[in-house]
Write a protein that binds this ligand. Structure first.
Ligand SMILES: Cc1cc2nc3c(=O)[nH]c(=O)nc-3n(C[C@H](O)[C@H](O)[C@H](O)COP(=O)(O)O)c2cc1C
Length: 202
């Protein structure tokens, strides 16, 4: 029977595995790390939603996704930048819970870089209305004329003012690796650029 207890492992090996899957999550749309859960705090209560992982930096460790600038999660972050991410890889049998501090990018180099990398089709989300508004009838939130087609480059520019990148400076990574013979859990915590590592009971 193979599993996590078969060979010795270091904290470094575990973090390397997590980072590898972050890289793959950005690149591969079918990878389980492509669509993590992102949590904010709103009036003291957790608010969770699925997002698409768009960027990952190793050192210092950061993550980012794209959002409509009018979406409620931006207001949550402005009042409390403490956020959480959850990733689960069913094939590799592990979960990574990440806590950190979020930053909103509307008009800086990162926002420009990410906007330039979006397809015309993807820009439709930002041409439309912000998520979470109430509508009298079912709505996609976009102008009707672009529902079934790609916007022209000129039309797509309308979305830039609503486009935000939300980055997270990673402060803590809690990794739970599942194994029938016994799970294994490790914690990585950054403080003033220094990384501390601990084993936890699962
Ligand atoms: C597979 C999937 C991917 C999603 N990706 C994003 C995303 O990258 N950014 C985003 O703002 N919302 C994304 N959403 C929508 C959010 O889950 C959420 O419904 C929306 O952003 C409203 O969130 P808020 O009201 O908490 O701001 C995605 C939803 C699904 C199901």
């Amino acid at each position: 029977m193979s599993g996590i207890w078969q060979k010795p492992v270091s904290h470094g090996d575990i973090l390397k595995k997590v980072w590898k899957h972050m890289d793959l999550g950005v690149l591969q749309s079918k990878h389980p790390f492509h669509t993590p859960v992102f949590g904010t705090v709103c009036d003291g209560a957790p608010e969770l939603r699925v997002v698409v992982l768009r960027r990952f930096w190793r050192s210092p460790a950061r993550l980012a996704f794209h959002a409509h600038s009018g979406s409620p999660k931006l207001a949550h972050i402005r009042s409390n930048p403490t956020v959480n991410w959850v990733f689960y890889h069913p094939g590799e049998n592990f979960q990574a819970r990440i806590s950190g501090l979020a930053q909103i990018h509307l008009d800086d180099e990162l926002a420009d870089e990410q906007w330039d990398a979006t397809s015309l089709f993807a820009r439709r989300c930002y041409i439309g209305k912000a998520p979470s508004g109430v509508s009298k009838k079912p709505t996609h939130g976009m102008p009707d004329e672009i529902v079934n087609r790609e916007p022209t480059p000129e039309e797509s520019r309308e979305g830039r003012k609503n486009f935000a990148v939300i980055s997270t400076q990673i402060v803590k990574v809690d990794v739970m690796e599942l194994d029938v013979r016994g799970h294994r859990r490790s914690l990585f915590e950054w403080s003033n650029g220094e990384l501390a590592m601990k084993w936890l009971t699962p």
